[in-house]
Design a protein. Structure first.
Length: 220
Protein backbone atom coordinates (compact mmCIF):
# COMPACT_ATOMS: atom_id res chain seq x y z
CA UNK A 1 0.00 0.00 0.00
CA UNK A 2 2.87 2.38 0.72
CA UNK A 3 3.82 2.28 -2.97
CA UNK A 4 0.58 4.02 -4.00
CA UNK A 5 0.18 6.35 -1.02
CA UNK A 6 1.46 9.38 -2.91
CA UNK A 7 -0.75 8.65 -5.92
CA UNK A 8 -4.21 8.47 -4.30
CA UNK A 9 -6.16 10.90 -2.09
CA UNK A 10 -5.28 10.74 1.62
CA UNK A 11 -8.89 9.99 2.59
CA UNK A 12 -8.97 7.02 0.25
CA UNK A 13 -5.62 5.74 1.48
CA UNK A 14 -6.73 5.90 5.12
CA UNK A 15 -9.81 3.80 4.38
CA UNK A 16 -7.92 1.19 2.40
CA UNK A 17 -4.90 0.99 4.71
CA UNK A 18 -7.20 0.07 7.59
CA UNK A 19 -8.15 -3.13 5.76
CA UNK A 20 -5.32 -3.83 3.33
CA UNK A 21 -1.60 -4.13 3.96
CA UNK A 22 -0.38 -5.37 0.60
CA UNK A 23 -1.68 -5.16 -2.95
CA UNK A 24 -2.41 -8.39 -4.79
CA UNK A 25 -0.55 -9.23 -8.04
CA UNK A 26 -3.34 -8.07 -10.36
CA UNK A 27 -3.68 -4.81 -8.45
CA UNK A 28 0.05 -4.13 -8.72
CA UNK A 29 -0.08 -4.84 -12.46
CA UNK A 30 -3.06 -2.51 -12.91
CA UNK A 31 -1.24 0.31 -11.12
CA UNK A 32 1.82 -0.31 -13.30
CA UNK A 33 -0.42 -0.22 -16.38
CA UNK A 34 -1.48 3.35 -15.55
CA UNK A 35 -4.65 2.83 -13.52
CA UNK A 36 -3.89 5.79 -11.25
CA UNK A 37 -2.94 8.00 -14.21
CA UNK A 38 -6.38 7.65 -15.79
CA UNK A 39 -5.51 4.90 -18.28
CA UNK A 40 -8.22 2.43 -19.27
CA UNK A 41 -7.48 -1.16 -18.27
CA UNK A 42 -9.00 -4.54 -19.02
CA UNK A 43 -8.46 -6.87 -16.06
CA UNK A 44 -8.69 -10.60 -16.75
CA UNK A 45 -7.90 -12.49 -13.54
CA UNK A 46 -9.49 -15.30 -11.48
CA UNK A 47 -12.39 -14.83 -9.08
CA UNK A 48 -11.37 -13.27 -5.73
CA UNK A 49 -8.07 -12.01 -7.14
CA UNK A 50 -8.84 -8.38 -6.22
CA UNK A 51 -10.55 -6.92 -9.29
CA UNK A 52 -13.06 -4.88 -7.29
CA UNK A 53 -10.33 -2.92 -5.51
CA UNK A 54 -8.89 -1.94 -8.89
CA UNK A 55 -12.29 -0.46 -9.75
CA UNK A 56 -12.54 1.26 -6.37
CA UNK A 57 -9.14 2.94 -6.76
CA UNK A 58 -10.10 4.43 -10.13
CA UNK A 59 -13.63 5.42 -9.07
CA UNK A 60 -12.88 7.12 -5.76
CA UNK A 61 -9.74 8.83 -7.06
CA UNK A 62 -11.79 10.36 -9.91
CA UNK A 63 -14.47 11.52 -7.46
CA UNK A 64 -12.10 13.11 -4.95
CA UNK A 65 -9.40 14.51 -7.22
CA UNK A 66 -11.18 15.31 -10.48
CA UNK A 67 -14.67 15.96 -9.07
CA UNK A 68 -15.99 13.48 -11.62
CA UNK A 69 -18.66 10.82 -11.28
CA UNK A 70 -18.01 7.08 -11.46
CA UNK A 71 -20.49 4.54 -12.85
CA UNK A 72 -20.24 0.87 -11.92
CA UNK A 73 -22.11 -1.43 -14.34
CA UNK A 74 -23.11 -4.95 -13.29
CA UNK A 75 -25.24 -7.51 -15.16
CA UNK A 76 -27.80 -8.28 -12.43
CA UNK A 77 -29.96 -6.20 -10.09
CA UNK A 78 -29.07 -8.44 -7.16
CA UNK A 79 -25.37 -7.90 -7.79
CA UNK A 80 -25.95 -4.16 -8.13
CA UNK A 81 -27.62 -4.11 -4.71
CA UNK A 82 -24.71 -6.04 -3.21
CA UNK A 83 -22.12 -3.66 -4.73
CA UNK A 84 -24.13 -0.66 -3.55
CA UNK A 85 -24.09 -1.92 0.02
CA UNK A 86 -20.35 -2.61 -0.14
CA UNK A 87 -19.49 0.81 -1.59
CA UNK A 88 -21.80 2.63 0.79
CA UNK A 89 -20.37 0.87 3.85
CA UNK A 90 -16.81 1.57 2.76
CA UNK A 91 -17.00 5.04 1.24
CA UNK A 92 -20.12 6.82 2.47
CA UNK A 93 -18.03 9.25 4.52
CA UNK A 94 -16.15 10.55 1.48
CA UNK A 95 -18.51 9.95 -1.47
CA UNK A 96 -22.25 9.81 -2.14
CA UNK A 97 -23.23 6.40 -3.47
CA UNK A 98 -26.46 5.72 -5.39
CA UNK A 99 -28.23 2.64 -6.73
CA UNK A 100 -30.15 2.97 -10.00
CA UNK A 101 -31.82 -0.23 -11.20
CA UNK A 102 -35.50 0.71 -11.35
CA UNK A 103 -37.93 2.01 -13.96
CA UNK A 104 -36.32 2.03 -17.41
CA UNK A 105 -38.62 4.89 -18.43
CA UNK A 106 -37.33 7.20 -15.68
CA UNK A 107 -34.40 9.60 -16.13
CA UNK A 108 -33.55 9.62 -12.40
CA UNK A 109 -32.53 13.31 -12.19
CA UNK A 110 -31.61 12.87 -8.51
CA UNK A 111 -28.45 11.05 -9.64
CA UNK A 112 -26.92 14.44 -10.42
CA UNK A 113 -26.27 14.77 -6.68
CA UNK A 114 -24.33 11.49 -6.38
CA UNK A 115 -20.68 10.60 -6.99
CA UNK A 116 -20.68 6.83 -7.49
CA UNK A 117 -23.63 5.24 -9.28
CA UNK A 118 -24.20 1.48 -9.29
CA UNK A 119 -26.44 0.33 -12.13
CA UNK A 120 -27.12 -2.28 -14.82
CA UNK A 121 -26.30 -1.93 -18.51
CA UNK A 122 -30.00 -1.79 -19.40
CA UNK A 123 -30.64 1.03 -16.92
CA UNK A 124 -27.61 3.04 -18.02
CA UNK A 125 -28.67 2.60 -21.64
CA UNK A 126 -32.06 4.06 -20.66
CA UNK A 127 -30.40 7.00 -18.90
CA UNK A 128 -28.35 7.71 -22.02
CA UNK A 129 -31.46 7.65 -24.19
CA UNK A 130 -33.15 10.06 -21.77
CA UNK A 131 -30.15 12.42 -22.20
CA UNK A 132 -29.57 12.66 -18.47
CA UNK A 133 -27.49 15.87 -18.18
CA UNK A 134 -25.24 14.60 -15.38
CA UNK A 135 -23.71 11.98 -17.67
CA UNK A 136 -21.26 14.54 -19.07
CA UNK A 137 -19.62 14.61 -15.63
CA UNK A 138 -18.77 10.89 -15.67
CA UNK A 139 -15.02 10.28 -15.61
CA UNK A 140 -14.83 6.54 -14.92
CA UNK A 141 -17.00 3.64 -16.05
CA UNK A 142 -16.44 0.18 -14.56
CA UNK A 143 -17.89 -2.76 -16.45
CA UNK A 144 -18.11 -5.89 -14.31
CA UNK A 145 -18.40 -9.24 -16.10
CA UNK A 146 -17.44 -7.55 -19.36
CA UNK A 147 -17.24 -10.95 -21.08
CA UNK A 148 -21.05 -10.70 -21.34
CA UNK A 149 -20.37 -8.78 -24.54
CA UNK A 150 -20.59 -12.28 -26.05
CA UNK A 151 -24.00 -12.95 -24.49
CA UNK A 152 -26.72 -13.14 -27.19
CA UNK A 153 -29.23 -11.36 -24.96
CA UNK A 154 -27.25 -8.65 -23.17
CA UNK A 155 -24.18 -8.40 -25.37
CA UNK A 156 -25.56 -6.05 -28.05
CA UNK A 157 -26.90 -3.58 -25.45
CA UNK A 158 -23.57 -3.55 -23.62
CA UNK A 159 -21.60 -3.12 -26.85
CA UNK A 160 -23.72 -0.18 -27.99
CA UNK A 161 -23.56 1.33 -24.51
CA UNK A 162 -19.75 1.23 -24.42
CA UNK A 163 -19.57 2.68 -27.93
CA UNK A 164 -21.89 5.57 -27.04
CA UNK A 165 -20.10 6.33 -23.79
CA UNK A 166 -16.73 6.49 -25.52
CA UNK A 167 -18.16 8.79 -28.17
CA UNK A 168 -19.87 11.16 -25.72
CA UNK A 169 -17.16 11.19 -23.04
CA UNK A 170 -13.83 11.89 -24.75
CA UNK A 171 -11.54 11.42 -21.74
CA UNK A 172 -13.41 8.48 -20.25
CA UNK A 173 -11.46 5.91 -18.23
CA UNK A 174 -12.87 2.42 -18.74
CA UNK A 175 -12.20 -0.40 -16.29
CA UNK A 176 -13.26 -3.78 -17.67
CA UNK A 177 -13.38 -6.71 -15.24
CA UNK A 178 -13.74 -10.42 -15.96
CA UNK A 179 -12.49 -13.83 -14.90
CA UNK A 180 -13.18 -15.41 -18.29
CA UNK A 181 -12.37 -13.66 -21.56
CA UNK A 182 -11.65 -15.74 -24.64
CA UNK A 183 -10.03 -12.94 -26.64
CA UNK A 184 -8.58 -10.47 -24.10
CA UNK A 185 -6.05 -8.88 -26.48
CA UNK A 186 -8.71 -8.15 -29.09
CA UNK A 187 -11.14 -6.77 -26.51
CA UNK A 188 -8.47 -4.57 -24.92
CA UNK A 189 -7.62 -3.12 -28.32
CA UNK A 190 -11.30 -2.37 -29.02
CA UNK A 191 -11.66 -0.65 -25.66
CA UNK A 192 -8.45 1.31 -26.09
CA UNK A 193 -7.34 -0.25 -22.81
CA UNK A 194 -4.19 -1.80 -21.42
CA UNK A 195 -4.51 -5.52 -20.72
CA UNK A 196 -3.87 -6.81 -17.19
CA UNK A 197 -3.68 -10.59 -16.88
CA UNK A 198 -2.68 -12.75 -13.92
CA UNK A 199 -3.43 -16.26 -12.68
CA UNK A 200 -2.97 -15.68 -8.93
CA UNK A 201 -5.90 -16.70 -6.74
CA UNK A 202 -6.23 -16.71 -2.91
CA UNK A 203 -7.07 -20.42 -2.80
CA UNK A 204 -5.37 -22.92 -5.09
CA UNK A 205 -7.74 -24.48 -7.62
CA UNK A 206 -7.60 -28.25 -7.73
CA UNK A 207 -9.39 -30.71 -9.99
CA UNK A 208 -10.76 -34.02 -8.86
CA UNK A 209 -13.26 -36.80 -9.45
CA UNK A 210 -16.07 -37.59 -6.98
CA UNK A 211 -17.50 -41.13 -7.11
CA UNK A 212 -19.40 -43.20 -4.53
CA UNK A 213 -18.56 -40.89 -1.66
CA UNK A 214 -14.87 -40.69 -2.50
CA UNK A 215 -13.05 -37.63 -3.86
CA UNK A 216 -9.79 -38.20 -5.67
CA UNK A 217 -7.79 -35.19 -6.70
CA UNK A 218 -5.89 -35.11 -9.96
CA UNK A 219 -2.25 -34.21 -9.46
CA UNK A 220 -0.85 -31.52 -11.74
Amino acid sequence: MESIKAHIPAKLYDILAAEIKELRPAQKKAVKAGLLEGKSVLVCTPTASGKTLIAELAAVKAVLEQKKKAVYIVPLKALATEKYRDFKRKYEKIAKVALSIGNLDASDPYLADYDIIITTSEKLDSLLRHHSPWLINVGVVIIDEIHLLNDPGRGPTLEILITLLRRVLKNLQIIGLSATIGNPEELAEWLGARLVEDDWRPVKLRKGVYLNGQLEFIEN
